[in-house]
Design a protein around this ligand. Structure first.
Ligand SMILES: *Cc1c(COP(=O)(O)O)cnc(C)c1O
Length: 407
């Protein structure tokens, strides 16, 4: 975790330090939180929880939303709702933050890591289709992985960096094999696929309101769905699976995964500003696009047809041969200019935490991991700060190209 993603209280960064991504708290947050404190409604029930759920469902375009303590908890519950059990398998993006892969293991199930596609860096629908069509067989009751003999139970595509996964082919193949789709849309709030909000396509969709996400509650999450039974069960499982309104009687193991009213109050205030935040992010992306497109060796992100990206985390690819510098060296040199950049996540098929008895081959994700670099893109990033980033990237690459030519 980088320093700005976990700032010590009372220790603001130096004035000329440009952090990767920090929250923007400039709406009704104080007012709503104060109301919670003044009225004593601070804990896990309250009008702000209900309102935040309603606002999120409306925004995403689903009938129901259930607030959770964080995005990881939402994913954990979503997998339970999909019927995932120990020794089942779930297809998941290899190029992702680790949380979705971890939640599969929480249930004793196993992730099947799927490679990324090279154009928008999302999970490759063709690789999913290929695995299901060729890597699995139907044993009369269930779809079974030919290699492991385990049942394949769900598909968990992760919309990364604020851009949508190509969902149509994914949903088609999921329907063909009756597999539930769980969308990890934690990085994709406000983004759209063919005009509809991410998170609204699958059986369930999951969101996070961690400090570096497009809106934040400090920490929080949400599970969305159109299915009233699943919504009810999500509420139940996140509330210790209490079965009687009065008596403490529980028929199942549940979890304490609820979001507090205080945090939901922040969430309501943040959600009111989502459109403004997305606009700001898209402007920042456009500015980077204009300024960086002429620099040799940098490949910029772009939007797919039918996709609407929030550019949540503005990420570029650095080609070492053309630019004269690797993404990691550029990261270090930007750091020396007090500019915080970040690599992408180690792909899950490479993660020591997720080793299995055999190797997954995901060459596209490997290449992206090596080249990717995320640049400062806070909603509140000022244009002079962005200019400083552009200038620094430009001059570092210039210097390295000159010295690699001289050699
Ligand atoms: C942030 C994130 C999560 C987890 O959210 P938390 O609220 O931090 O638990 C899950 N998946 C992805 C892709 C994320 O970026």
């Amino acid at each position: 975790m980088s320093p700005t993603e976990k700032l010590a209280p009372g220790a603001p960064p130096a004035a000329d330090f440009i952090p990767l991504i920090v929250p923007e708290i400039c709406g009704n947050e104080w007012e709503y939180v104060k109301e919670c404190l003044d009225t004593n409604w601070v804990s896990s029930v309250g009008t702000y929880v209900d309102r935040f759920e309603k606002l999120t469902a409306e925004r995403v375009g689903t009938k129901y939303a259930v607030a959770t303590v964080n995005g990881t908890a939402a994913l954990h519950i979503a997998l339970m709702l999909a019927g995932v059990e120990a020794n089942d398998e779930v297809l998941v993006s290899t190029l992702t933050f680790i949380a979705p892969a971890n939640t599969i293991r929480y249930l004793g199930a196993w992730p099947v890591f799927i490679d990324a596609e090279p154009n928008h860096w999302q999970i490759d629908p063709n690789a999913v289709i290929d695995f299901l069509d060729k890597g699995c067989r139907w044993d009369g009751h269930a779809l079974v992985n030919r290699k492991t003999g385990r049942r394949v139970k769900a598909i968990l595509p992760v919309h990364i960096l604020g851009h949508p996964v190509d969902l149509d082919p994914m949903l088609d193949v999921a329907a063909k094999y009756s597999l539930p789709v769980i969308e990890d849309a934690t990085e994709g709030l406000g983004a759209r696929y063919r005009g509809k909000g991410l998170g609204s396509f699958g059986q369930t969709g999951c969101f996070s309101f961690n400090g570096n996400k497009i809106i934040t509650t400090g920490g929080g999450g949400m599970l969305v769905t159109n299915d009233p039974e699943l919504a009810k069960r999500a509420k139940y499982l996140t509330t210790q699976a209490k079965d009687d309104p009065i008596e403490y009687v529980h028929n199942e193991i549940g979890y304490n995964y609820r979001l507090t009213n205080v945090l939901a109050a922040i969430g309501c205030a943040q959600m009111e500003q989502l459109d403004t935040f997305v606009d700001a992010k898209r402007k920042i992306a456009k500015r980077y696009q204009e300024a960086l497109s002429t620099i040799p060796g940098i490949q910029l992100p772009n939007e797919a047809d039918g996709g609407y990206s929030t550019y949540w985390m503005y990420t570029v690819l650095i080609d070492e041969h053309q630019s004269g510098i690797s993404s990691r060296d550029l990261l270090r040199e930007l750091g020396m200019c007090k500019i915080q950049a970040r690599p992408l996540w180690q792909p899950m098929h490479r993660s020591p935490a997720h080793q299995q008895d055999f190797d997954f081959s995901c060459p596209v994700a490997d290449g992206l991991y090596q080249k990717a670099l995320s640049l400062p893109c806070s909603v509140g990033l000022k244009s002079d700060a962005q200019d400083a980033v552009i200038e620094a990237v430009n001059s570092v690459i210039d210097a390295h190209r000159a010295s690699s030519r001289a050699r």
